[in-house]
Write a protein that binds this ligand. Sequence first.
Ligand SMILES: [Zn+2]
Ligand SMILES: [Zn+2]
Length: 105
Amino acid sequence: MKKKLSKIAAVALAVVMLFGMNLTPLKAAEARAPLCPRCSGSMIPVKTYSSWTVPREERCTHGFPFGNDKIKTRTVYTTITCSSCKLAYPTTTSTETMRECYGHY
Ligand SMILES: [Zn+2]
Ligand SMILES: [Zn+2]
């Protein structure tokens, strides 16, 4: 009986740890308009973008009988910068994806 209980507890702990690990970066990314630690001004995210690349094409999903959609991706560089004293956090990168229709009749 005791053994079974501790096993359940171990599984529950593992699940909690797993969720905790998954949720932490999401929460950090969602936090917005933080205050500047130096002057209490507002920290504004400044984004710059690489040019679009087309790593792949997929069959058109817009109802056209011919043609492919181009799946375009670009890199987004985000630097959170204070609007008053220009203090900046290290730049983070993420990827943006969009589908461009090249379908035709
Ligand atoms: Zn500042
Ligand atoms: Zn399409």
